[in-house]
Design a protein. Sequence first.
Length: 400
Amino acid sequence: MTSSTPYSTIRHWHRRTRTLARKPLRPRTPQGRLQATHGGLRAACVAGKRMGSFRLLLGRVLAREGDLYAAITVCPCRVHADLFGDNDHAMYPLAPHATGETCLLVEIAIGDAYGAGFEFCARERIVQHNTLAAYASHALGSEAGRYTDDTQMSIAVAEVLLSEPAPGSDAFAEAFVRCYRRDPRNGYAKGLQGLLDECADGAALRQRIRPASRRNGAAMRSVPLGLISDKTQLAQTARAQAVVTHDTPEGVTSAHVVALMAHSLLYDGVELADLSAQVKHHTGFQLRNDWAAEVECDAIQTLHAVNTALQRNRRLSDLLRDCVDFGGDVDSVAAIAVGIASLSPEYQSDLPARLVDGLEDGMYGRTFLARFDVELGGRFPALAGCFAPSLVPEGNSIWR
Ligand SMILES: [Mg+2]
């Protein structure tokens, strides 16, 4: 049987994941096919489908004898689904990165680069130009479409995650210096940028820095920490990276909260509406969903603004505009929010092609980021929509 399912239906499956067990699937997809045989569905993976811009859903559908566990968790995008019938009760994840695309750093960079054009600008500029029509140049003189410290430090964090299973602060300090020195760029706080210019390595940075900041620098680079599957390890690592520059309760908490938000969407299938409760449960921090003021470079304000925007939008394009509408440090708000949203199947990945294509594409630009995302998906299968069978509890839904 060959049939097809619109993306909205796949999203619908996701929302109903918990109730899908023991219900047969009868999907209809334009590019997909369903072969339900023997009363059991063999793995079904949802392949990413490039449709005009970077967008991808990598999901997985696990089927066991007569039961179907649909788990389409990762990157929202338009998809096609291939569902294969079989009765061998195994899960067959799609070959990772079947399309060569995944998400996370690209989305962070787009949010960052777009927001950078409006960072602490006059309200009139936001009113007139926050249309997603194009990137705007940064007040510091950076060209339009160029990302800033938020993305560069997120890259650094991601590089550490790839290289060490349980990294400490020294590894993060080293990566911050390395990433900056190989590709100096604006957007950093003046003092930190001065140190990065002067310090040859992480040890020198740690020796000279006074990490007493309560600003949002530790939070802005923490979305990739959500890739860590273990919550205890996640909390430890969030702290380890935060204290390099933000050894304050606000700095550490903000990094933990951002990482946990990403983690909860990626690993726990938490719905956006339940995200605040999940964060409160694990960190004790109460996220607000009613932030309305301009966002200073403040860790806590940034968290509230990110959550407020995340809760009231369901399309990345709307989210990006909403983040910028706050005014203030909107590149950080947008980088974090769009990065987190890219992990939620409740979000439609509809960033305009002109922003995807307009993102810088030099040595560490769009192509580098896209390849890095693929690499991350290889190291962290949840990002690629794949689960090793051993990770799936026997007889249980893969949702926890
Ligand atoms: Mg920035």
